[in-house]
Design a protein around this ligand. Sequence first.
Ligand code: FES
Ligand code: FES
Length: 155
Amino acid sequence: MSQPATLTVNGTSYDLELDPHVSLLDAVRDAIGLTGSKEGCDDSECGACMMLLDGKPVNACSYLAMQAEGREVTTVEGLADGDELAPLQRAFLRYMGVQCGFCTPGMLISATALLRTNPDPTDDEVRLALSGNLCRCTGYGGIVEAVRSVAAGES
Ligand code: FES
Ligand code: FES
């Protein structure tokens, strides 16, 4: 049976009626309509669904929406400033870090969390931070270069 729940996503508060078992990913995609976060494996394996929860990356497919009440959720839609892409998003385009794009929202979320805590990561630190994000197009080289370029001050 559905229950009332309020989720705060990208700074906006949404009053919803949710099944207590619904995942954060399904709540954000289906109840709120923000479809940037993707469902790949639905089993905490691929990172395509990643969102920031109070600034920390979580696999939203394996996180109950009800557990996100009272916390700040950030999705890939929240990274840009209106029509202005975030530096990381521009860098992914510049360094060909996007192929089909399915992994990209999760990659951007992980990379954002990394740069907030470690603004000048090594290549290995970038790879470690992105190790929970799988890219079937195997575009890892461009992705790592994109993150390093933002750390180096390119925008
Ligand atoms: S869809 Fe959540 S980790 Fe793959
Ligand atoms: S760009 Fe296609 S899965 Fe990564």
